[in-house]
Design a protein around this ligand. Sequence first.
Ligand code: ATP
Length: 252
Amino acid sequence: MSTQPIEPPVEAAAPPSAPSPSAPLFAGQGLGCIRGDRVVFRGLNFACQPGDALLLLGRNGSGKSSFLRVMAALVAPAAGHLLWQGQPVQDDREAHGLRTRYLGHADAIKPVLTVAENVSFWVRLWAPEVADVEAAVHQALELFDMGRLADVPGRFLSAGQKRRVNLARLFAAPGQVWLLDEPTTALDKASIAVLEDQIAAHRARGGIVALSTHTDVVLPGARAFHMEDFSPHREGLAENDDDDSAFGWTEG
Ligand SMILES: Nc1ncnc2c1ncn2[C@@H]1O[C@H](COP(=O)(O)OP(=O)(O)OP(=O)(O)O)[C@@H](O)[C@H]1O
């Protein structure tokens, strides 16, 4: 099967060549995404200023993770532009990597490292400017009541404990944009409340968060994205979900 690029919509005009003071801090214009040989979403626009939150909703496979990975510049958009202060993110992907904190589905916990060593690894990778790594790790673990397990190897953690260690990375290695893929999975209610409080504090400091979820998360004033709204399936594939010809694909 051959694939063709998605035509950028009209609003995805070429980005300006110099930073624009009036531009949103972080934006996507006319974003389209292909995974494998399928269009997952297209025509997706977002604009974030400091303190903003995006809530990504939709059924399994609707594209929430893909959208987060596009925002993290881990997946290149098949159409449209990802912009930081009006400038294409692709012009300086290293800077984007330094400002973003992407937490995927899988907990990035190395089984042979202790809890503290796992978080330290990420602080050194993400935030080399942090001078006292040990203190930052300790403080972050305490937020999730994980300090008492600091010396326990990752392989002994429960699912919820792994998730808490994974999230502790956010607090130990500060970054302006949090991109969180179903962060509440396996968390108990108390831990979800801690996460909600920390997201609120992050936003109050001018941080941005985009979060996918299948459960209720308190995210005041968040802009909700229902991913099905950006799916090509919405435009006539309801009766034959596998008919790629309706996307404009041709069999190779
Ligand atoms: N690496 C990949 N290669 C090919 N197709 C992929 C890949 N990753 C995801 N897809 C496809 O892209 C579509 C969107 O997947 P995605 O993981 O973004 O959905 P999701 O909304 O996050 O789903 P869930 O709620 O199950 O986590 C799915 O049809 C999926 O099969």
